[in-house]
Design a protein. Structure first.
Length: 214
């Protein structure tokens, strides 16, 4: 379900006030008489309400256009963060089962967190990218927790499941971001993701007959 932007709530509230005033003007003669006695105030209020609605609509249209113009940048940024998230998850998982190095896992996790901090200003504007960023932050927290609680050699039973669930949410939330990219761009990102994980890439490969984005 799409979240309603605060500007849309504000525009709806202003329109509700305008409609209420119109209704009172039509049915309540006492209220109509008050308007007649205060013509200057009536004109000022109606003008301000009209300007408020126009300003909110124009501002919202500008926001949508700005987000559309930045969609490819946000998609590429999200794909790079997701690929690093997968690499960090792989190295941490290898370190936990004894086949990898804990120092290398810590380095990959720090790189993942740094990329999130760098990309956060780009990804905070739209609901979909913000959800992806939140899932990435949750995965980073789970990776850090896994390295911390296993430092003494213990391996709690829920660690693997928690990491898989967090990584799965990152993989799921990055998919909608990539739909704005054309086939060539998706292929490049998919190849990079496949290099990080040959068994389960972070993004799905583009279909050969899929329409390209403009």
């Amino acid at each position: 379900m799409r979240k309603i932007h605060p500007q849309e709530w504000a525009a709806a509230a202003v329109m509700a006030v305008v409609l209420a005033l119109i209704a009172l003007d039509l049915v309540d003669h006492t209220f109509n008489a008050w308007f007649d006695r205060h013509s200057f105030a009536t004109d000022a209020v109606s003008t301000l309400l009209g300007l408020a609605v126009a300003a909110l609509v124009v501002d919202r249209i500008s926001d949508r256009r700005r987000l559309r113009d930045r969609a490819q940048v946000m998609a590429a940024q999200g794909a790079m963060i997701a690929a690093q998230a997968l690499r960090a998850t792989q190295t941490v998982t290898s370190a936990l089962d004894g086949s990898g190095d804990r120092d290398a896992a810590g380095d990959e996790l720090r790189t993942f967190v740094t990329m999130m901090l760098t990309g956060a200003p780009v990804l905070m504007d739209a609901p979909q990218t913000r959800e992806f960023l939140e899932c990435s932050q949750h995965l980073a927290a789970e990776l850090a927790r896994a390295l911390t609680v296993t430092r003494s050699g213990d391996h709690p039973d829920d660690i693997d499941q928690r990491l898989n669930d967090a990584a799965g949410r990152v993989r799921t939330t990055v998919q909608p971001l990539l739909r704005v990219l054309n086939l060539d761009q998706q292929s490049v990102l998919w190849s990079a993701a496949r290099a990080a994980d040959d068994d389960e890439p972070v993004i799905d490969p583009p279909a050969a007959d899929a329409p390209q984005a403009n």
